[in-house]
Design a protein around this ligand. Structure first.
Ligand code: FES
Length: 105
């Protein structure tokens, strides 16, 4: 099972077990990870599940809908920005890291 490490704004690291096919947001919410709100429940309509991916080359491409929503994030958008609800976990992801932004609102 792939493991995902989330780095919180205070530097705390939380490593969680992922499961291929789930979204990064679903894993974070199941473990009550602070800093991921996911107001819209994973429908790419709120941008409160924003994360900064550690290895963007291992992720699926950003869809048009995700790209549009990433312009609405509370924390600055960077090339590493993704909506965690739109990123599905893959089996070969062991060691992936995601930085949680300072704010989602
Ligand atoms: Fe709303 Fe991801 S949960 S955009």
């Amino acid at each position: 099972m792939p493991t995902l490490t989330f780095v919180l704004p205070d530097g705390t690291r939380r490593t969680l077990e992922g499961k291929a096919g789930l979204s990064v947001m679903e894993v974070a919410m199941a473990e009550d990870l602070p800093g991921i709100i996911a107001e819209c429940g994973g429908n790419a309509m709120c941008a409160t599940c924003h994360v900064y991916a550690g290895a963007t080359d291992r992720l699926p491409p950003v869809s048009e809908v995700e790209d549009e929503m990433l312009d609405s994030t509370a924390a600055p958008r960077t090339p590493a920005s993704r909506l965690s609800c739109q990123v599905q976990i893959a089996d070969n992801w062991d060691g992936m890291t995601f930085d949680v932004p300072e704010t989602q609102l």
